[in-house]
Design a protein around this ligand. Structure first.
Ligand SMILES: [Fe+2]
Ligand SMILES: [Fe+2]
Length: 224
């Protein structure tokens, strides 16, 4: 049965972060050679971390409650890592085969990634909501930071917000504000605002006023 709070606790990972990954990859696929060289390494770091958090945090927890529930992701996760390894080497200019071949591989990777993310949303996301309480889902969500260094968070947070639509930005900002230590909120707000231009930041702030606790509060008050 649909439960609004459980949905709120899992939508970040299975809808909005997946959406951001596909948006950025689509931009790289459509981009010129320099976009691949500039953007692919960061995309690869963020996707690898997403996969690592699923493999080390979310999916082992689900497997304990529902053995076999995450079996469909084992092979795709391995295939994603294989694609990333090859494309990363090329993005560093090593054995670069030319942009035609890079684009072909990127398009194949994009199709596989899209299918994988849809499967996770179709099969794993409902299983998470079925087998955990809302409090347990929030507790799992709250452990994500354990897997990310501050340097990595500083890179990933603006990236998330650049590549999400407004609905995603609102949902993720609200969830993060609710999950972090209050002392950390100003830093979090700064990282979020780093990813957005003024118009997008103000649009988000109008929907999530608690973001005004950050160090950008003075600027925002002036802007209003
Ligand atoms: Fe995955
Ligand atoms: Fe995923």
């Amino acid at each position: 049965m649909y439960n609004e709070e459980k949905f709120a606790a899992v939508e970040d990972n299975f809808i909005h972060i997946h959406g951001a990954l596909l948006t950025d990859l689509g931009r790289i696929v459509d981009g010129e050679k320099h976009v691949f060289f500039e953007s692919f390494p960061r995309f690869a770091r963020i996707l690898s971390k997403h996969t690592e958090i699923e493999d080390r945090l979310f999916f082992p927890a689900l497997e304990k409650r529902a053995p076999g529930a995450t079996r469909i992701v084992d092979l795709p996760h391995q295939e994603i890592e294989d694609h990333l390894a090859k494309l990363l080497i090329w993005s560093r200019g090593i054995d670069y085969p030319g942009q035609c071949q890079v684009r072909e591989r990127l398009m194949c990777f994009e199709r596989e990634l899209e299918a994988h993310l849809l499967e996770e949303r179709r099969v794993v996301m409902p299983a998470m909501m079925e087998h955990f309480s809302a409090a347990e889902l929030w507790a799992l969500d709250g452990r994500i930071m354990e897997f990310c260094s501050p340097e990595f968070m500083q890179e990933m947070m603006p990236w998330w917000f650049i590549h999400m639509d407004l609905a995603g930005r609102v949902a993720v900002a609200q969830n993060m504000l609710g999950g972090v230590d209050p002392d950390f909120v100003p830093v979090l707000c700064q990282w979020i605002s780093d990813g957005l231009d003024t118009e997008a930041w103000l649009e988000l702030l109008a929907r999530v006023p608690a973001l005004a606790q950050g160090p950008t509060r003075v600027e925002v008050q002036v802007a209003f």
